[in-house]
Write a protein of this length. Structure first.
Length: 554
């Protein structure tokens, strides 16, 4: 009996311990599971360069997020995005700020928690308007002067009514920018209807803006649109429109004007605060990643474009890169914390232009508790500052360029190159004749000559022995002593290069010197490159210039 009692007691103790272990294990597992459980943060967006940081954050950082299950969903239009957010279907909306202010005025159950970018929209015009405007070839020279405004007025006189300018919404920053531009030049803007002003703003979904321009072109009607990047660049890279000016030059503001913002529901702020903070942090971090990529290597920029193209395939790589050109700096993803004064600038013009019916209380609208430090950190100094000329490059970049210069000097001394320039100079073509050819070249009347210059001895050497032989080369062209092209690959934008620094600085009035130009987005080759010019010499005499485009070598 005693032994039996002992066994029973031992069995009970084992059973009790087992029960305690199961309870402890269950509580622990429950606690760990609860601790690791992520809260869904759903954001809705429109296919714009404005929202690239939100997309990059999703592609690059969502798996690193510890508290947030970050989800993004694309909307087809601004009205749909507005309705979707107001119905409570999303935690965040990436949205144009006048529309957000109008929504807040009607139902203040959300708050402004961050910017998405600064600046970032542009006016595109079709060929019928550009006949009078005559935009300069270089984008950086396209400024919001009176020419486009006057072309709008002329179009109204011809049509008997205001010409249409597509905007993503009448409640858009773009409409505000357009209003201010016209006001600056004594012109007026109708919103949706009316015939008394110079231009009428009509709503066109961003993704449909290229087809809007195409349709107006086919009708022979002057037309334009004011949309977020890169839609203006899409129509230009595809050849049926032109970027006329950028919003940053119409609406100047420290660090860039306020454009699209992030709004979060009060419920999300209340119940998902830490998860929301994490998402905002990584969006700001992604903004800095975009800034680094646009100033970094070509492969860095391609990595960014690949992320974006997964979600916005309509944005071709060339258009994305054109929009993010560091030398233009027409959109930026730094300083994305709440900017109350910047928003007030947009609001005041919106109210003045009748775009908003009344102002809102920005202090109540804004929630600054989600601000981060990362969004205004300085960029690393080991990257090339593309806003400066090449002689401010870092030491390592300078060494790489020296190697390219040495290579280019060998090409310039090749007998085929020297002989081609010598023969061209001997022809004695006058500068006036060269300029006539240049004008015809620009409008496509000299395509046979362009083909000839790519297939002559110099062009063949540059194609096979230089550009195709070196993957870093984007282009090569040879000029005579007046700056006229002697041989090239591929076709250059201009026949006469004699008025550009790449020629004048290198030829140096016959005293020849190496010249390194700014890093820029070249429209002939549709690639980022830096152009290096070296003198072509016959014995010790400078007789021409050889120019080589090198892809970003950082």
């Amino acid at each position: 009996m005693f032994i039996k009692a002992m066994k029973t007691d031992i069995t009970k103790k084992i059973f009790i311990r087992l029960i305690l272990f199961i309870v402890f294990f269950s509580v622990t597992v429950s606690h760990v599971t609860h601790a690791e459980e992520k809260q869904t943060i759903k954001a809705i967006y429109i296919p714009l360069a404005d929202h690239y940081a939100g997309i990059v954050a999703y592609e690059k950082y969502r798996n690193q997020m510890q508290k947030a299950d970050y989800v993004i969903e694309r909307m087809k239009s601004w009205p749909l995005l507005r309705a979707y957010f107001m119905s409570g279907e999303a935690d965040l909306a990436y949205i144009i700020c006048p529309m957000a202010m109008d929504m807040f005025d009607k139902k203040p159950d959300f708050r402004w928690v961050s910017l998405l970018h600064r600046d970032g929209n542009a006016l595109a015009i079709n060929d019928l308007l550009n006949v009078d405007v005559k935009l300069p070839r270089e984008h950086i020279k396209r400024k919001p002067d009176e020419k486009v405004a006057n072309a709008f007025t002329k179009a109204k006189e011809q049509l008997g009514r205001p010409g249409e300018c597509g905007v993503p919404s009448l409640l858009a920053t773009h409409t505000v920018v357009l209003y201010k531009y016209l006001k600056d030049h004594g012109k007026g803007l109708n919103l949706g209807h009316g015939k008394d002003k110079d231009v009428i703003a009509v709503e066109v979904a961003p993704a449909k803006s290229p087809s809007f321009i195409k349709r107006q072109n086919s009708r022979g009607t002057p037309a334009s649109f004011e949309q977020s990047l890169p839609w203006a660049d899409v129509v230009e890279t595809q050849g049926f429109g032109h970027v006329a000016w950028y919003s940053k030059d119409v609406m100047p503001w420290p660090n860039g004007h306020v454009e699209c913002i992030i709004i979060a529901t009060d419920e999300c702020i209340k119940s998902k605060r830490e998860a929301l903070k994490e998402v905002i942090y990584y969006i700001h971090k992604s903004g800095m990643d975009i800034e680094a990529a646009r100033r970094g290597s070509h492969s860095d920029m391609i990595a960014i474009t690949n992320m974006i193209s997964k979600h916005i395939p309509e944005h071709n790589q060339d258009a994305i890169i054109q929009s993010l050109r560091p030398d233009l700096n027409v959109i930026n993803y730094k300083n994305m914390n709440v900017d109350k004064a910047g928003l007030k600038q947009i609001m005041d013009y919106a109210v003045e232009g009748g775009i908003l019916k009344s102002p809102i209380n920005i202090d109540i609208f804004a929630d600054e508790s989600f601000s981060t430090e990362i969004t205004f950190q300085e960029m690393k100094e080991d990257t090339l500052d593309y806003m400066e000329i090449a002689n401010t490059m870092t030491g390592s970049t300078r060494e790489k360029l020296k190697n390219h210069i040495h290579m280019l000097e060998k090409y310039a001394a090749h007998p085929t190159i020297v002989s081609a320039v010598r023969v061209q100079n001997a022809k004695g073509i006058s500068l006036d004749d060269i300029k006539i050819i240049d004008k015809e070249w620009i409008v496509g009347m000299r395509n046979k000559l362009a083909t000839k210059l790519q297939n002559n001895s110099a062009g063949t050497y540059l194609r096979n022995g230089v550009v195709l032989k070196n993957h870093v080369c984007t282009e090569a062209f040879l000029c005579d002593k007046r700056g006229a092209v002697v041989g090239e690959y591929p076709k250059t934008s201009h026949y006469w290069q004699g008025d550009e620094a790449k020629f004048t600085e290198c030829y140096n009035m016959g005293n020849g010197k190496v010249f390194i130009d700014q890093l820029h987005f070249d429209e002939s080759t549709q690639a980022y490159s830096v152009q290096i010019s070296v003198p072509v010499k016959d014995n010790e005499e400078t007789i021409g210039v050889l120019v080589l485009g090198i892809r970003n070598i950082i």
